[in-house]
Every structure is written in C-alpha cells, then in structure tokens.
Design a protein around this ligand. Structure first.
Ligand SMILES: Cc1cc2nc3c(=O)[nH]c(=O)nc-3n(C[C@H](O)[C@H](O)[C@H](O)COP(=O)(O)OP(=O)(O)OC[C@H]3O[C@@H](n4cnc5c(N)ncnc54)[C@H](O)[C@@H]3O)c2cc1C
Length: 396
C-alpha cells in the first residue's frame, strides 16, 4: 500500500480536496493542485495505483506514442506532469499496461503524492458545505471532490439478445491463453483491431464484425478514427496472413445463441456465423461515475459539465478523465484530458480563495487549455482488402 503525506487518521477526516481514483486523471489533478500550493488533498484508490492499466491484456500497448521531448516543450503524450515521460522511464514508444502502471507508481513516489490505496469509495453525499465520502474504513468531509474513477470497471455490454454469452476483451489476461480457432470479434475500433492483430499473429482466423467500417473512417478527430499504430499493425497482418483476417463492416449483430456445437452469431442483414469459440466483445466502456452519478446532470447518456468541468448540480464536484465532453470535443485520451488538469486545479484554488491565475508553464505545456475547439487532426483510411474468412463457417 502506498501512503504518503497523509493527514492523521481520525474518525471523521476533513480535507480541502478528495480525489477519487489513482489513475492518470486523479494523479494528474493532484499534481496540478500541488503546483498551486493546495496541500490538504487526499487521493482515494479502490485498488492500487494504475490498476486499470495493470489489468490490460499482457500484449496490449498504448496506441498514443510516448517520446521524451519534454525539454523542447513537447511533453510526452502520455505524461501526467510536464517533467515526466513514460518513454524516458521505460525506453519504449508504446508502453504496455504494466509499464504505464509502473510509470504512475513512480510518479506517486517521486512527487510523494497523498494516495491511499484499497479505499473503494462506496458513496458520495452532498451535505450543507460540501460532500461526505465513505469507504469501508474512512468517512471524510470535504468542500471539493474530483471524481477520477475512469471507465475500465464499466465494460459496455451491448443490448442485443445473447450478449451475455460473449466475453468482453477487458477480461482477457493474455491472448496466448485463448484456445480454439475461428474467432469472432464484435466491434472494429481500437480494442477490436488490437485483439484481431494479436490473434492473427498467433495463427488464428478472425472475423471482425462492426456496425460501420471504422477501419475506413478518416474522421479528423483521432477519437473517431483508428490510430496510425493500429492501422499499421492491421495492414501488416492483412499483408502477411491474407486469408486469416476478415473485416466485415456494416454487420450489426442482433443475436448470439449457444448450443452444443458452439455459438451462432446472427446479423441484421440475415447473415450468420458459427464458431466454437466464445465471441469476443470489443465494445468499449461506459461513462462510469457510479457513486456520483446522481450528483451530475445527464443528457443523452452523457454527463453534463460546466466550463470548469464541474457538476452543473453541485458546485465543488469536478470530473477528470475520459468521460469529459465539452462542446462536442471528447477527452478520451490522456493527452486530451490532461489539458484540463490546470482548469480543475485553478477552479478549486478559487473556491479555496487561493491564487487561481493560470500557471504559465502549465499553459505552455498543454496542461491548462481553455480553448475547447482543440480536438482536430487528420488521419488516412485503411484500404480494406476484405480477404475471405477461412475458418469460420458462414451459414447464411
Ligand atoms: C485497452 C485500452 C487501451 C488504451 N490505450 C490508450 C492509449 O494508448 N492512450 C491513451 O491516452 N489512452 C488509452 N486508453 C484510455 C485510457 O486508459 C483511459 O483514458 C485512462 O485510463 C483514463 O484514466 P483515468 O485516470 O480516468 O482512469 P483509470 O486509469 O481507469 O483510473 C481510475 C482509477 O479509479 C479507481 N476507482 C474506480 N472507482 C473507484 C471508487 N469507487 N473508489 C476509489 N477508486 C476508484 C480505479 O481502481 C482506477 O485505479 C486505453 C484504454 C484501454 C481500456
């Protein structure tokens, strides 16, 4: 258990800020608060620092590249502080989940961040002058909460019949341990294509079934189109194993059933696939916010935030992480949501009647961005060669 600089434990603890979650979002906010001199901070972590990353399939790598160019004011895309770099720590461009978790743990140690592990927050209640937070061990009152609980604990299970018969890709520890051949992956964005790459590399035949054709998408927002890293890997396996990977776009799955032979996956267009291996769901994650859900306003399944990433219902309740949406800009990558660490920290400083002016270094390094029209980039499309899917029987 990592515990640094914690205030003495009493029956009822009072601190200026509680941050829930010790992933990149929670730790990044605590670092920004530190830079502003806000010291009465407690980070509560349900499990261990970086635990979401530690749970990734062993082979999975970060798609956003790491590169140590920090001294030239080009901070490593995956860094949570302008003076740190996962690339510098591990000497690689695409860290694994384990490596990124180790980077987060090293950051906690280096900056002596006030993290208490094994503290799952079970409830957050609004009280007269702030919030009351409960874990099995602690009761804490605070005027400021940053919810940074991430999404990894909330895999998105689609609503079609039989979805529960499938296996979400976040439950895979290593693709080496997936037995059988003729594998169906439902979902064709980053995690589906990552799974397809690793399985084809292991000699398996794979069909990726997707509502649209994400591999052809050249949307300017990198949240919407495949990363160059994944695109390159998929093109590579399509070239090396032309009969092993089928990318089946416009294939909406409507039902999965199981019998003694295996699984039948049926599509809206009337096609169906039979496979002996439990189909893989690569359908992403939901905006979680579980214990604080009712303290936020929701619109169309998305939490609503103020211009300072605060709840519109309860002043003092902030959000940091990938569920942030502002003016239709998504903040689903670390380099995006870290742009708001300074915004959240400045708003908390203002509430604590401290100096809330932007810190020049944070602004220069992209850790305090208020222009919310920033999510644009350009990507090229993969040419789908649509090779025949050899080992999964099509039963039309
Ligand atoms: C397979 C995969 C690959 C990805 N690749 C990339 C990539 O290449 N680049 C990139 O930028 N992003 C990537 N992402 C997205 C990135 O992982 C997330 O955006 C990031 O983890 C979000 O950070 P976070 O701190 O909000 O959440 P997390 O990293 O999930 O941290 C949240 C923490 O909160 C804790 N927590 C949750 N609930 C509670 C509670 N009730 N009480 C106390 N603690 C709680 C959790 O235990 C966890 O440690 C990827 C995601 C996945 C799943």
């Amino acid at each position: 258990m990592i515990v640094y600089c914690l205030p003495p434990m009493e029956d009822l603890l009072r601190v200026d800020v509680v941050i829930i979650g010790a992933g990149p979002a929670g730790l990044g906010c605590s670092l920004s608060l530190r830079r502003r001199g806000v010291e009465s901070v407690l980070v509560l972590e349900a499990s261990s620092v970086g635990s979401s990353f530690a749970a990734w399939p062993k082979e999975m790598r970060m798609i956003t590249p790491s590169f140590h160019a920090n001294p030239f004011l080009q901070t490593d895309l995956n860094a949570i502080h302008p003076d740190t770099s996962p690339a510098d720590l591990h000497g690689c461009e695409h860290p694994s989940g384990e490596q990124y978790a180790a980077y987060l743990q090293a950051s906690v140690q280096h900056f002596t961040l006030p993290v208490k592990e094994n503290q799952p927050v079970s409830s957050v209640h609004a009280i007269t002058d702030g919030f009351r937070i409960e874990t099995p061990e602690l009761t804490i009152e605070t005027p400021n909460v940053v919810w940074a609980g991430g999404e990894f604990s909330q895999p998105r299970i689609p609503e079609f019949e039989g979805a529960a018969l499938c296996r979400h890709n976040s439950t895979i520890d290593s693709w080496d341990n997936l037995n059988g051949d003729g594998i169906i992956i439902i979902g064709g964005y980053e995690s589906g294509m990552d799974a397809a790459f690793h399985l084809v590399e292991r000699g398996k035949a794979v069909a990726v079934l997707s509502n649209g054709e994400p591999w052809l998408n050249d949307h300017p927002d990198p949240s919407e189109s495949l990363s160059p890293y994944t695109r390159g890997r998929i093109l590579d396996v399509l070239h090396r194993f032309p009969k092993k990977l089928a990318l089946q776009g416009n294939s909406e799955v409507v039902r999965v059933t199981q019998n003694s032979d295996g699984y039948l996956v049926e599509l809206a267009n009337g096609k169906s696939y039979r496979t002996s291996v439990q189909p893989i769901l690569a359908t992403g994650f939901r905006s979680a916010l579980t214990p604080v859900k009712n303290l936020f306003e929701w619109d169309n399944g998305q939490p609503v935030f103020t211009e300072q990433d605060q709840s519109t219902l309860h002043a003092g309740l902030f959000y940091s992480g990938p569920s942030l949406v502002q003016r239709l800009s998504k903040f689903c990558f670390i380099y995006k949501f870290r742009a708001r660490f300074g915004v959240v920290a400045a708003a908390i400083a203002e509430r604590l009647e401290l100096n809330s002016d932007p810190i020049a270094d944070e602004v220069a390094r992209g850790f305090h961005i208020t222009d919310l029209e920033c999510c644009t980039d350009c990507e090229c499309a993969i040419e789908s060669t649509a090779p025949e899917f050899a080992d999964v029987e099509v039963v039309d």
